[in-house]
Design a protein around this ligand. Structure first.
Ligand code: ZN
Length: 72
């Protein structure tokens, strides 16, 4: 598990800031996307893990399920 110092994030090559407080430092945390029943709807891809970015200032958790973001 990642448990390191806070880092910045770029999304599509642009600096990412917290949606709540505007902070620019985040802790990385893997987040399981538990979507019971989604298999029935053929949405298994939603059951993958997401990359969680926990704001170092306010604790708000942002989730990234794709590859558009990069830790710096
Ligand atoms: Zn924040």
């Amino acid at each position: 598990m990642a448990n390191q110092s806070a880092r910045g994030i770029h999304v599509l090559d642009k600096p990412f800031t917290c949606h709540v407080c505007g902070g620019a430092a985040f802790f990385q945390r893997e987040v399981k996307l538990q979507t019971t029943g989604m298999t029935f709807f053929d949405l298994d891809w939603l059951n993958r893990s997401a990359d969680g970015a926990v704001c170092a200032s306010c604790g708000y958790v942002h989730l990234f399920a794709g590859d558009a973001h990069a830790w710096r």
